[in-house]
Design a protein around this ligand. Structure first.
Ligand code: MEV
Length: 321
């Protein structure tokens, strides 16, 4: 084991289509963010610190895994002899996949520390999914899959061998990404939907199928450059998710700001609930920039993510850091 500090990094994610429905076998489409989680390990006595980028301020939810839980799940029994500094460039507990990104960053740092050679996607996924169960009730695996694969990703749940593919867009577009505070816990919202499904199975199943169809149609439209259709699919998905009580009023107001600035479609993203992440699709960079400015002026944390073929790594073999 090296005495030098080692650093592992991994990106957050934003889901464009298919959150919640992906738990029930429908496809999801998401993008790895340009913003990262990092984990620095150095010899020490088991101290864990979390550093958030300036301007990030999220209330801690009792329903979310703490960074300490994630660190313990990855590093036990090595933790007693290490100090760990986690840093996030995006808000935690908001729908940006902070648990998966922290887990993957920790695994990459630990592999570096132990001189473990690069893992294949399948091996890295299995390990990260094991850690993520600390954070979610029954994670579909979509968060670690996007984080490990990078770029624009299509994901279908299938146990430890899910179908995961990188998508290539014909034309570039712009995604405005924002958050309205913490979402209140993925475990909570996934469990609530499971309870609704137990009470009204057919209704919830058909809603999930509709969400799956927005991913199929919206995903295809994104790839072919038919952005108005992709935007329509986003709006429709948001309507269904709103019916489940997953779109908080502050998120709805943020979506209205985006639509007012010329978004082709906009929706909540991730687990949803009390607040959390949302995104909006634009075909023009100026309108997207205007939406980012309006959102930031209104107190949201907003930025732009390019939607293009070339973002992120291209290999299935994961670098160890
Ligand atoms: C969370 O990013 C996405 C959910 O569908 C949960 C999961 O798939 O594990 C809400």
């Amino acid at each position: 084991m090296s005495d030098e500090p080692v650093v592992g990094r991994a990106p957050g994610k934003i889901i464009l289509f298919g959150e919640h429905a992906v738990v029930y076998g429908e496809p999801a489409i998401g993008l790895a963010l340009s913003k990262n989680a990092s984990a620095t390990l150095k010899p020490g006595r088991g101290q864990v610190r979390l550093r958030l980028d300036e301007g990030i301020n999220v209330a801690v939810s009792e329903n979310a895994a703490t960074p300490k839980d994630l660190v313990a799940a990855v590093l036990k029994p090595d933790l007693a002899n290490l100090d760990v500094e986690l840093a996030l460039e995006f808000p935690p507990m908001s729908g940006f996949g902070s648990s998966a990104a922290i887990a993957v960053a920790l695994i990459r740092a630990q592999d570096q520390l132990n001189g473990v050679p690069p893992r294949t996607f399948a091996v890295a996924f299995e390990r990260a999914l094991g850690v993520e169960t600390v954070a979610h009730a029954k994670p579909s695996g979509v968060d670690p899959a996007i984080c490990l694969k990078g770029g624009l990703v299509r994901f279908v749940r299938a146990g430890l061998r899910p179908q995961v593919s990188r998508l290539k867009m014909k034309l570039p577009a712009h995604l405005v990404v924002a958050s309205a505070g913490g979402h209140g816990g993925t475990r909570q919202s996934v469990t609530r939907l499971a309870d609704m499904k137990a009470t009204t199975p057919k209704l919830v199943e058909q809603a999930m199928q509709t969400l799956g169809e927005t991913a199929r149609v919206g995903g295809q439209a994104l790839l072919s450059g038919d952005f108005p259709t992709a935007g329509l699919a986003m709006d429709l998905a948001n309507g269904v998710l709103s019916g489940f009580g997953l779109v908080a009023p502050a998120v709805e107001q943020g979506l209205a700001i985006c639509r007012g600035a010329g978004a082709l479609g906009a929706k909540m993203s991730g687990a949803g609930g009390d607040g959390g992440a949302f995104c909006a699709l634009f075909d023009g960079v100026r309108r997207a920039r205007r939406a980012v400015n309006l959102l930031n002026e209104a107190g949201y944390m907003a930025w732009m993510e390019p939607l293009a073929e070339s973002s992120g790594p291209t290999s299935d073999i994961e670098p160890s850091a």
